[in-house]
Ligand binder design. Structure first.
Ligand SMILES: [Zn+2]
Length: 112
């Protein structure tokens, strides 16, 4: 069961790890002495840091999804326990919420 998904998630995980490594490397390389260049670099750093935390978050979700496959809980909504639609899992294989709950959460989030 979920062999395709497992494969997909593992490929995604590999890609993410490579991406994170690359970002880390760029972030830790020495900065330019030139202030104009340094300014551009620090702007880039902000973008990269955003990407970095996004990618790390995604990696966590992927690991979580793989765990859930192992436990036989994959494809179940974390909130309401109903089955997540295949179509949704195809687009977001690491999601833990069904579309209804995801929309609900987003709605609550935007209200704040
Ligand atoms: Zn749900």
């Amino acid at each position: 069961m979920y062999e395709k998904e497992t494969k997909k998630l593992k490929i995604l995980r590999k890609e993410l790890k490579t991406r994170i490594k690359g970002i880390k490397k760029t972030l830790t390389t020495e900065k330019s002495k030139d202030w104009a260049e340094a300014a551009v670099e620090s702007e880039n750093d902000e973008v990269l840091e955003g990407l970095f935390s996004e990618s790390s978050q995604e990696l966590l979700q992927i690991n979580h999804a793989l765990q859930r496959i192992d436990q036989g809980k994959y494809g179940e909504c974390n909130e309401c326990g109903s089955k997540i639609k295949k179509k949704r899992l195809k687009i977001m294989p690491y999601t833990t919420l069904c579309i209804e709950c995801a929309q609900q959460l987003e709605f609550e989030y935007n209200k704040k």
